[in-house]
Design a protein around this ligand. Structure first.
Ligand code: 5GP
Length: 202
């Protein structure tokens, strides 16, 4: 983000803090709403071209991928169906333990369908690796992954993401669907949470 943009968002943040403490807890905005919208349009046009003549089943991973998935779906020009899964990883909310539990499975079978898993963020890649393994066993015609954010740490996990929005530093981020303790999902940007916020809650 340029210095001018940063200043503009600093001012926006100051104005918005009147009635809400959400913005106060953000150390730095790393992806602005405009940058998110522009990148979503780019990815959607790539996906539309790659899947020309096909239909896509978008599988959103709840809850973090919801904002991204609904924005993405509206920009894709081939027919899409939507379905959702919810997972939970054991361990605390700022560290993924790698043990994944399915809380909500898909509503419909995926056999023979072109499936595109939509994720908010790939951190260690363990969640994604587990999900991809599970869905592959159900014989989709194809299975790809689209993630908004990637911390670039997944080399060792062998997860292939066909579409990636942004490569980000290894910091804990919130906003645009991503939470900390179920909060901050409604921030319109991706920001780094002040470490004091999660350390004060242990
Ligand atoms: P992984 O299994 O790739 O380590 O972690 C994936 C899940 O951990 C994501 O779907 C997300 O729920 C959570 N996660 C990982 N990094 C972050 C982060 O920086 N911010 C937030 N809010 N959640 C994260």
């Amino acid at each position: 983000m340029s210095a001018a943009e940063n200043e503009r968002y600093e001012r926006m943040r100051e104005r918005m803090t009147g009635g809400s403490s959400l913005n106060d807890d953000i150390e730095e905005i790393i992806i602005t709403p405009e940058a998110l919208a522009a990148r979503v349009r780019e990815i959607a046009s790539e996906i539309s071209a790659d899947y020309a003549g096909k239909e896509i089943l978008l599988v959103g991973v709840l809850k973090g991928a919801v904002m991204f998935m609904t924005d993405l779906a509206r920009q894709i020009t081939v027919p899409v169906e939507l379905d959702f899964m919810a997972t939970s990883s054991y361990g605390n909310s700022t560290n993924s333990s790698g043990v994944v539990r399915i809380i909500k499975d898909l509503d419909e079978p995926i056999e023979g369908k072109d499936v595109l898993v939509v994720e908010d963020i790939v951190d260690s890649g363990l969640t994604l690796r587990y999900l991809v393994g599970l869905l592959k066993k159900r014989n989709p015609a194809s299975l790809n992954v689209c993630t908004l954010l990637d911390k670039g740490l997944t080399g060792a996990q062998g997860v292939e993401t066909a579409y990636r929005g942004f490569l980000i530093p290894n910091r804990f981020v919130v906003g645009y669907g991503l939470d900390y303790a179920q909060k901050y999902r409604n921030l319109p940007y991706i920001g780094v949470l002040k470490p004091a916020v999660y350390s004060r809650e242990g």
